[in-house]
Design a protein around this ligand. Structure first.
Ligand code: GDP
Ligand code: IMO
Ligand code: MG
Length: 434
């Protein structure tokens, strides 16, 4: 669309930064919104004139009629979830005809969910329940990506369109999967029943399934612009996040080329999304986590309960060490600071500017859970702001303390702030640069 460059939107923390809102805001300036990683572990909320949509697999651009919504090859797709989402949107009057699904996206099957659930249960172990579980969303994401890496036991969306090929693949896979399910204590799967289910998925998905790599390259060749929708977030990236407490894909912009077939050099603008504070769902280190009334207040004001699982999110102060690292990894060109309204009413705000490890200070983030667990955050105190800010539509409408808070973030990270969000609705936004 005129004037827009190919852009990536990526979460800079542990997820739920407000990516859905931002994608929805920018979608109508682009010709296609493209998911490149993750699966139904994502939950992206969009609020339009008071009406809330929660999207898990369908790109958040679907709410814009003139924008294609593309699920790339790097996404793992549970067809039952996808079709439920399609039906749910159609019932609410949303036109879903612009949805496209890569024929090479891997399919999440019932045994993936079973394995995800059972692994978590077994790993939890012990009477304290403090085992090695990751606290996954139990959407089968890890096992589906594991099968992709195994190759011989994977099914892709294109396989759903050809009965002969599908039956052959499932018959080859089932003996092994049945043994795994049995060992895990789950009920067996009947091949005929699964073939019927998978063919029914294929019949409904057929109009959407295509080679999305050629589709996207064709759009770029015609001078169109793409908007990449990151799912999950930087600190959950399997290579660059807080391993092993991560998800199973490359959630950073580094996942775009592999997950769509579009070279990284085509992405001209990277908008990094972060909250004005930090949250995390599931297990794993979180240096600035709070366990006091401040955390409670943030959770209640920010409604910090998971979009996908409803779990209460862990809350804490903004970690600038982690944020700077995330900007570096993603090549972020502009920041979007979300949920600033949640911080109204605190006398003081804290920003973590350094870590202390074994008595030494460091400004380096370490993407290793065991090491990160041992760091002590060092804070800088800045004055809080008393007034509510949801009505602000320009920086000038914000209290001076809120502006100073944003200025400190920008100066520390060295990346300009382009958007400030002061409420969940599309309209509750300060756009500093278009
Ligand atoms: P995503 O996974 O990054 O798309 O984020 P989620 O949708 O899971 O979680 C973000 C939550 O914050 C959603 O409930 C949004 O509606 C809400 N939200 C987004 N921006 C703002 C904001 O500026 N202020 C407030 N109060 N809520 C916001
Ligand atoms: P969005 O796109 C928040 C977390 C899970 C768990 C870990 C691994 O909404 O920001 P998985 O099911 O992926 O194997 O779980 O990753 N996680 C998320 N947390 N937002 C997300 O997505 C997440 N996707 C995965 O809670 O700790
Ligand atoms: Mg979310």
């Amino acid at each position: 669309m005129s004037g827009s460059v190919t852009t990536a939107i990526v979460g800079l923390q542990w997820g739920d930064e407000g990516k859905g809102k931002l994608i929805d805001l920018l979608a109508d300036r682009h010709d296609a919104v493209v998911r490149y990683n993750g699966g139904a572990n994502a939950g992206h909320s969009v609020v339009v004139e008071g009406v809330r949509y929660a999207l898990h697999l369908i790109p958040s651009g679907i709410l814009h009629a003139d924008t294609l919504a593309v699920i790339g090859n790097g996404v793992v797709v549970d067809p039952a979830v996808l079709l439920r989402e399609v039906d749910g949107l159609a019932e609410r009057g949303v036109d879903v005809s612009a949805l496209r699904l890569s024929n090479r996206a891997h399919v999440v099957l019932p045994w993936h969910r079973a394995e995800d659930e059972l692994r978590e249960t077994i790993l939890r172990g012990g009477s304290t329940g403090e085992g090695g579980q990751i606290g996954t969303t139990k959407r089968g994401i890890g096992p589906a990506y594991a099968d992709k890496a195994h190759r011989s036991t994977a099914i892709r969306a294109g396989d759903l369109l050809d009965e002969g090929r599908l039956r052959q693949r499932l018959e080859a896979v089932l003996p092994l999967k049945s043994r795994c399910l049995e060992a895990l204590g789950s009920p067996p799967v009947e091949v005929d029943a699964l073939v019927d289910t998978a063919l029914a998925w294929g019949a409904r998905l057929r109009p959407m399934i295509c080679d999305t790599t050629y589709l996207l390259h064709g759009l770029l060749a015609d001078g169109k612009s793409l908007l990449f929708e990151g799912a999950n977030a930087t600190l959950l990236d399997v290579d660059h996040g807080t391993f092993p407490f991560v998800t199973s894909s490359n959630c950073t912009t580094l996942g775009i080329p592999a997950g769509t077939g579009i070279p990284g050099r085509c992405v001209e603008r990277v908008l990094g999304v972060c909250k004005a504070y930090c949250t995390r769902v599931g297990s794993g280190p979180f240096p600035t986590e709070l366990h006091d009334q401040t955390a409670e207040r943030i959770r209640e004001r920010g409604n910090e309960y998971g979009t996908t699982t409803g779990r209460p999110r862990r809350c804490g102060w903004l970690d600038l060490v982690a944020l700077k690292y995330a900007c570096m990894i993603n090549g972020v060109t502009g920041l979007s600071i979300m949920l600033l309204d949640v911080l109204a009413g605190f006398d003081e705000l804290q920003l973590c500017t350094t870590y202390e490890v074994d008595g030494e200070r460091t400004d380096r983030f370490t993407p290793d859970a065991a090491v990160l667990d041992g760091v002590t955050p060092v804070y800088e105190s800045v004055p809080g702001f008393a007034e509510e800010v949801r009505a602000a539509r320009s920086l000038g409408d914000l209290p001076s303390e809120a502006r100073a808070y944003l200025d400190r973030i920008e100066a520390f990270v060295g990346v300009p702030i382009e958007v400030v969000s002061v409420g969940p609705d599309r309209a509750e936004t300060i756009q500093i640069s278009a």
